[in-house]
Design a protein around this ligand. Structure first.
Ligand code: ADP
Ligand code: MN
Ligand code: MN
Ligand code: MN
Length: 337
């Protein structure tokens, strides 16, 4: 068999926002299976993950997908371990307590396609602004939809890789888009979001378009920010059958707002202002169908007789889905239902 190209992908140690890193490992006679991906290492002193005098960090493969852009290629998502083999402090995946995959997550990843030359979103003129928000959301036509060729190529790449993308849409601001990914199992949901982000970054390279994950890249002007709404459920939420169980779980989130906001993405105070379909970062609220609440109870959940899921609207576009899932699971499990 031809030599396989395994792209080992991991998260660096930058704070407050970690970035994707990757490098290629050639494997002869590769089976295509995760268990046949060997451990590997990298120079942690170049990624803020280790001091220069003791620089090795370990890459532990945890998720594999076909690489749709490379002949005989695979994308191998990895956890980072320190030189002793323990999870590195930058490793949010290791914090997830969901061994039986009882938690299902659907993340709605918003982002801006960004022109590195003008330092503005696609669709923005080099000076000044396009027409105010309104026509861009779910738009069609060259006047309002910008960058669809990139978005379409990304969707195809995700599907060919086997990622469970559930949909895409143009978002409220010009040059802003969204994809949704769902998985049964918090770790896999996080893995799939990170691999999808990786593919988007790499596809952008060939168009000279950057991906801007910041939650409020246009500042406090009247343009929407970017979120990563976390839709979640476990067996209890899926089979509750009464409002009271939802109330107990939702109240468990109230005393731990700070702990959640700490991992819901950098600069979220700029986005969670109470405007643009967000709740204030200082408040905690929930409500049926309420897109101005911290957590929305989807109408679906009520219509199914309180058997469904919840949507935490606070995580932002640059948040680490592993850390978001870990804290949500912790809080849901703490509820005395
Ligand atoms: P909206 O834009 O109205 O908030 P989307 O359709 O963009 O909603 O996203 C809804 C998300 O909810 C999808 O990613 C979907 O997979 C997810 N979802 C649906 N049912 C469940 C469930 N039982 N548990 C977790 N997530 C769910
Ligand atoms: Mn959505
Ligand atoms: Mn959206
Ligand atoms: Mn949503």
């Amino acid at each position: 068999m031809a030599a396989a190209k395994l792209e080992y992908i991991w998260l660096d140690g930058y704070k407050p926002t970690q970035s994707l890193r990757s490098k290629t490992k050639i494997e002869k006679d590769f089976s295509g299976k995760l268990e046949d991906c060997p451990l590997w290492s990298f120079d942690g002193s170049s990624t803020e993950q280790a001091p220069g005098g003791s620089s090795d960090c370990i890459l532990k493969p945890v998720f594999i997908a076909i690489d749709p852009q490379r002949k005989d290629g695979y994308l191998v998502m990895c956890e980072v371990l320190d030189s002793t083999g323990a999870p590195h402090e930058s490793n949010g995946r290791a914090l997830i307590q969901d061994d039986d995959n009882d938690f299902w997550f659907g993340f709605e990843q918003e982002y801006f396609l960004w022109d590195p030359e003008t330092n503005k979103p696609l669709g923005f003129p080099a000076s000044g602004y396009p027409a105010p928000q309104g026509p861009y959301y779910c738009s069609v036509g060259a006047k309002n939809a910008y960058g669809r060729d990139i978005v379409e190529e990304h969707l195809d790449a995700c599907l060919e890789a086997g990622l469970n993308v559930e949909g895409i849409n143009a978002e409220v601001a010009a040059g802003q888009w969204e994809f949704q990914i769902f998985a049964k199992g918090a770790k896999e949901a996080g893995d799939q979001i990170w691999v999808a982000r990786y593919l988007l970054e790499r596809i952008g390279e060939s168009y000279d378009v950057a991906i801007n994950w910041h939650c409020k890249p246009l500042g406090q002007l009247d343009w929407n920010g970017s979120g990563m709404h976390a839709n979640f459920s476990n067996t209890t939420l899926r089979t509750a059958g009464k409002k009271e169980i939802y109330d107990v779980i939702l109240e468990a989130f109230r005393p731990v707002v700070a702990e959640h906001i700490a991992v819901y993405g950098a600069d979220n105070d700029q986005r969670l202002t109470g405007k643009h379909e967000t709740a204030s970062i200082h408040d905690y609220s929930y409500g049926v169908s309420d897109r101005g609440a911290s957590i929305r109870i989807p109408l679906y959940t009520v219509q199914k007789g309180w058997n469904g899921y919840l949507e935490d609207r606070r995580p932002n576009s640059a948040a680490d889905p592993y850390k978001v899932a870990a804290v949500i699971i912790k809080t849901v499990k703490s509820a005395k239902v």
